[in-house]
Design a protein around this ligand. Structure first.
Ligand code: SF4
Length: 417
């Protein structure tokens, strides 16, 4: 039986929490506070904490967040464009994809996507995040043509687009070398790439989730090549399905190794598995999504293991709901993701969240935990610091806990991710 988390954990100072922790947990946390990297064994110890040890982990993660990025909580005003839900990949955890003949299959025209981008900019968006399914007959140049169409009308708009899976598909379809394909996207206006399709970077786990998905080696190759061309990416991890805590640790250490070499990740986004409408869960192949306990561990563990390398840990409000997002912002997180004027992927998998949060609602939520809201660009440039509350700030009417559902194609930058 799991030792429950002290309900007063938010009020406990990090140094007091540390003194109440067991010696091996305290030693690991002191080591990272002193500026040293933690290894696999230490990560494994932290990944299974409970009780006082869990309080120590989240409080030290919160302190590391404060030392790294201060008390600001950033967000980006963006719109998600899920251009099609038709997909041939067949991931067992996906509640979003449809067959081409499904009555609710769609493929938005380029004109519609440009119009949605124009509307987003009119409403203050600085980014569109584009991801979609992989239809069988997709032209491999579709991705570049869509970029060109949007950038022709909106040259200033940041386009955060195409998961490593989609990029691999484009390479396959065009038969161009990966580097050349990415360069073509960059020249057409690609600003950054969502680091989705990562799920868990372990081929055995991936096989059970989606045997047709790109392999770990391919995901890394797309990411490394993008970084080498000056295209930044986010990084993500899907948790709460079939994986074990050791997979979280290995996944995070792998991201840290890549980041040491490339410095191309802007953020890390934990994405809780939203189970209810997925084949994986319905066939008994996965647990019923992440627990609140796991949410705290994963966000805090990310802060601790990535300390010194990836400064931004994003909470996915679409997956977590507002209350749990705020808790994770107090457990190492510092970014609220995007306002997402449209997010149909998590919605169709059964999530309660996923349409739109206004910037004023984001700011009001951030103030409830005593932090300072800051609007940022996709790549973490500061656009505006809101030191004081303004008239647009009001709490969202709905603050219910989330019933989650998920795919890898999630709003990440605010991919999210
Ligand atoms: S997660 Fe993405 S690639 Fe997998 S089935 Fe869903 S839409 Fe297709």
């Amino acid at each position: 039986m799991l030792k429950t988390l002290n309900p007063e954990w938010k009020e406990i100072p990090w140094d007091r929490a540390l003194t109440a922790a067991s010696p091996n947990v305290a030693n690991s946390l002191e080591k990272v506070l002193a500026g040293n990297d933690l290894g696999l064994e230490e990560g494994l110890t932290l990944a299974t904490v409970e009780g006082n040890d869990l309080v120590a982990l989240v409080k030290v993660a919160d302190e590391l967040r404060r030392r790294t990025v201060g008390d600001r909580v950033t967000y980006v005003v963006n719109r998600n464009l899920n251009f099609t839900n038709v997909c041939i990949v067949g991931c067992a955890f996906c509640g979003f994809s449809r067959g081409p003949d499904s009555p609710d299959a769609y493929f938005h025209s380029t004109d519609t996507l440009v119009a949605k981008s124009l509307e987003a900019v009119k409403r203050g968006a600085t980014e569109v995040c584009i991801q979609g399914g992989l239809p069988k007959d997709l032209n491999g140049y579709y991705y570049v043509e869509l970029l060109r169409a949007i950038k022709a009308r909106l040259p200033e708009l940041h386009v955060h687009a195409y998961s490593p899976m989609e990029i691999t598909y484009g390479v396959e379809k065009t038969r161009l070398p990966l580097r050349e394909y990415l360069l073509m996207l960059k020249e057409a206006g690609l600003g950054s790439i969502p680091g989705t399709a990562a799920e868990i970077l372990d081929d055995t786990v991936r096989k059970s989730l989606s045997p047709n998905k790109l392999k770990v080696r391919q995901w890394i190759e797309v990411i490394r090549t993008a970084h080498s061309l000056g295209i930044p990416t986010t990084s993500t991890m899907m948790y709460g399905h079939t994986e074990l805590p050791e997979h979280w640790v290995k996944h995070l250490l792998l991201l840290r190794e890549i980041q040491k070499e490339t410095r191309g990740f802007t953020e890390f986004v934990p994405l809780g598995f939203i189970h209810s409408q997925t084949r994986l869960f319905q066939s008994g192949g996965a647990r019923a999504g992440r627990s609140e306990h796991e949410d705290l561990i994963v966000h805090a563990l990310a802060r601790v293991l990535l300390h010194g390398y990836i400064p931004n840990i994003q909470v996915s409000w679409v997956k977590l709901g507002f209350e749990q997002s705020l808790a994770c912002l107090e457990a190492g997180g510092n970014d609220f993701g995007g306002t997402l004027m449209e997010e149909s992927i998590s919605k169709t998998a059964g999530a309660n969240f996923g349409e739109y949060v206004s910037p004023g609602e984001f700011r009001a939520l951030i103030r409830t935990i005593g932090r300072i809201p800051v609007e940022r660009s996709t790549t973490y440039g500061i656009r505006k610091i809101f030191d004081h509350p303004d008239t647009e700030e009001r709490l969202p009417l709905e603050r219910m806990p989330i019933v989650a559902a998920a795919t890898n194609h999630t709003p990440v930058t605010a991919d999210g991710y």
